[in-house]
Each structure stands twice: as C-alpha cells, then as structure tokens.
Design a protein around this ligand. Structure first.
Ligand SMILES: NC(=O)c1ccc[n+]([C@@H]2O[C@H](COP(=O)([O-])OP(=O)(O)OC[C@H]3O[C@@H](n4cnc5c(N)ncnc54)[C@H](O)[C@@H]3O)[C@@H](O)[C@H]2O)c1
Length: 230
C-alpha cells in the first residue's frame, strides 16, 4: 500500500518559475498593497483596479511553466498517494501533472460570482482577461476565483482532514504567516515525517519535529530524493 504524502505549498514553489512571492517583494505585491487589491473592501471601492491586478497576475501565470519541483511532486504519484494542498492561485501543480490539488485560496484561471452565491460555480476564463462587463448567470459581475484577505477559506476543514491522514508532510515555499492556512501543519499526526523546504527556513517558526531543508524548491530535490527514496 502506498503512503500518504501531503504537500503544503506556497508562493515560494512557483518563484523559480517566474511568479513573484508575496513577502519577498518588500511587503508589496507587484507594487500594490493588499488592501487596495486583495480584500472585499477593495472590490467594493475599486473593482476595476482589482480586475486589472488579477488580469496581470493571470497573464503572468499563463506565460510561465511548472518548474522541476512541481514536476518532481507529480512524479512522486507513482510511489505515494500524493495530495497537494496549495495556497497558490496559480495552476502550476496541475500543469505538471499532479492529479489531486486542493486550492485553499482559489485558482486564478477561474472566475466566480461576486454575489452572495460566490462558491456555487466556477468558470474557466479564456485568455487572461476578466472584464467588468463579464457577468455571472446570477446577474452579478464575475470576480476572480480567489479567496481575499478577510474572507472565509471554504476548503479549510477538508484540507485539515487531508493533513491529518499524512504519513509524510512536506511544507514548501510558504512563510506560514497567512492564517488560517498556516495552522494546517498542526493537524499532522505526531508520528508523520515532517519536512519544511524554504531557503529562509531557519527564520520560520515551525515546530521542532519538522526537518528543515534550507534550500530553494528545486535545490531541495536531491535531498528530498534521499529522504523519500524516490
Ligand atoms: N504563485 C502564487 O499563486 C502566489 C504568489 C504570491 C502570493 N500568493 C498568495 O499570497 C499568500 C502568501 O503566502 P505564502 O506563504 O504562500 O507566500 P509568502 O510570499 O508569504 O512566502 C513565500 C515563502 O517562500 C520562500 N521562498 C522564496 N523563494 C523560494 C524558492 N525559490 N523556493 C522555495 N521557497 C522559496 C520564502 O522564503 C517565503 O518563506 C498566499 O495566500 C498565496 O495565495 C500566491
């Protein structure tokens, strides 16, 4: 029987693909502040700016490729039951071939209603641009399928159950500063093998039972191979 391998990934795994992380960019995300582009208030105050910001992010995502780390985790499906839980809104895990990917914070390639039933249905966006005139069938304008700061994380409980089933948990490329996602590591069983991959890992406050690999996502692959045997 295959062991359950759970990957909890964040912006850092996609950094070497050419998508900027969030906290490494001096507190600014591509020169915008969180408040003006990634909150429900931002959408209320200036939806055009929010659309523009995510249209730019979507163009970036479409134009880059999965890197060796995304591909490595996809290959591990041969040896483990791999469940990816990603905080990323890019789709690079899927494009590398990972079959089980839960997007905690949504998927930028999709749109959803900006009305009260926003989690009812997701629409694949053709190309990179979502326009203010693009309407959902419920009559509300479509907004990006992302979870903004201050919004509920609908898949959190599902993700916690997945982490609780882990034989191995790899936390990679996340500063573990965005809650509630960061709290997921505490659901891992006591006897699971737990690994953190992050070039700044020593600065992260992870519990002592995590093995720290102080490397970039791609740089850590040889060490992960040694630990996992594949
Ligand atoms: N690619 C994306 O979809 C993307 C990009 C930026 C931000 N976000 C969103 O912003 C929030 C930020 O939280 P977060 O913890 O994911 O990101 P974060 O920016 O807070 O932290 C990124 C972490 O990645 C590490 N890192 C940097 N380069 C790396 C590399 N080459 N390999 C491995 N690790 C590297 C950093 O040291 C840092 O700890 C998330 O909710 C996420 O949805 C997503």
């Amino acid at each position: 029987m295959k062991n359950n391998l759970v990957i909890l990934s964040g912006a850092g795994i996609s950094a070497e693909s050419g998508i900027k992380t969030f906290r490494d960019a001096d507190g600014l995300w591509e020169n915008y502040s969180i408040e003006e582009v990634a909150t429900p208030q931002a959408w209320q105050n200036n939806p055009e700016l929010v659309q523009k910001f995510y249209n730019e992010r979507r163009l970036n995502v479409i134009s880059v490729k999965p890197n060796d780390a995304h591909h490595y985790f996809s290959r591990l499906q041969e040896y483990f039951n791999v469940q990816v839980i990603t905080q990323n809104i890019d789709d690079l895990h899927e494009r590398a071939g990972s079959k089980h990917v839960l997007h905690l914070h949504g998927n930028i390639r999709y749109a959803k209603s900006s009305g009260p039933n926003k989690e009812k249905k997701y629409y694949l966006i053709e190309g990179h641009e979502l326009k203010m005139t693009d309407q959902c069938e419920d009559g509300y304008p479509l907004r990006p399928h992302v979870v903004w700061f201050g919004e509920e994380v609908p898949l959190l409980a599902t993700a916690a159950e997945m982490v609780a089933q882990a034989d191995i948990l790899i936390v990679i490329g996340t500063s573990l500063q965005v809650y509630p996602a960061a709290g997921l590591i505490h659901y891992a069983p006591q006897n699971a093998l737990k690994i953190v991959v992050d070039p700044l890992a020593e600065k992260l406050s992870v519990p002592g039972d995590f093995k720290l690999l102080n490397y970039s996502a791609q740089g850590a692959i040889p060490f992960l191979k040694e630990i996992l045997g594949h």
